[in-house]
Design a binder for this molecule. Sequence first.
Ligand code: LLP
Length: 385
Amino acid sequence: GGEMAEVAERTLWWQDRRDDLLEVAEEGAAYVYDAPTLQQKVDDVRSIDALDRVFYAMKANSHPDVLRLFEKSGIGFECVSPGEVERIVELFPDIDRERILFTPNFAPRDEYAFGFEQAGFLTLDNLHPLEAWPELFADKEVIVRLDPGRGRGHHKYVRTAGNQSKFGVAPNELDRLSELVEAAGARVVGLHAHVGSGIRTADTWSENALFLASLRDRFPELRLLNLGGGMGVPERPGQRALDVAEVSERLAKFKAAQPDFELWLEPGRYLVAQAGVLLARVTQTKQKGDINYVGLETGMNSLIRPALYGAYHEIVNLSRLDEPMTMTAEIVGPICETGDVLGHARRLPATEEGDVILVGTAGAYGRAMSSQYNLRQPAREVLLK
Ligand code: LLP
């Protein structure tokens, strides 16, 4: 039906690789990532000519094979914890440290010292580190994250600017920032803004650039603007994709007007979301009252986004792609919570035990946010070359 057509338009790769996927699913629940799609996404971001550097926000998906592919493509990595930095350094011992950007948030003192040792660049999110540990910053180059005041994104939990958000230095703290920077002997070489996640409005990044550049007079050594991540992908049927060409045009215009700054971007979701699917076999089916349930071998322990954000992921019966949709069901997992639902009121063909269900657009913040709740191991991960 129409629903299938829209799904297929967005992520064709899994239809072409259906036999491979069915084979993978025989061994149990799995996240499967498609290498050519990952490469395509890097190429998409690289098509934005105005960008000088791209850092992959590895929190979205830190599977070693995914990281290897991105490393080969030449982009850098945005890391938010010592664990993330260590993973990069272990996988790529010879990597140019300028490809590692460390962005801790409310982290303890030690992590800043670690960051200066291990990463090429460090982003400062609060005044506290400068106030409390100025000795760490003497003669150091830093990037400062500012709060432009207005957040964007797919859910309030992922809007990262404005009064309700814990992130960034507010514009009314800029005088104090300058004092602290001077007292510590630090050098602000970059400014950063990241306003949220899952954004499909093309003017977001050029607006960030304009906001940051408007503060240039306060920072004599300013040479780079990090415009953040947040590039969204369509999730629900009928949603429009982010217009990357328009993002590119707007940034080109900015760059033409203000050529003195390097422009950086740090996308996570955009690079991995559509390259990943979650596969799980049907364990049981049930009808209770008016409601049909299709039970899967894994649920919120593998993918918490529906429970946490009400996020929508397309759901397809991969074993019966060509059969007519005859039932409406709740797609649930085996976890002991009523919220263990991957999809509400979804249309499916007549579905039976053993069928393989595909949960789409699951490459970002899927396995990365999984848990062992109920002592059930989350789905394993497989990269298809
Ligand atoms: N840069 C910074 C400073 C960030 O905080 C984030 C994400 C990114 C870049 C990458 O954002 P992306 O391009 O992936 O939107 N778990 C949520 C998303 C949380 C995003 C956290 N910060 C979800 O599943 O929707």
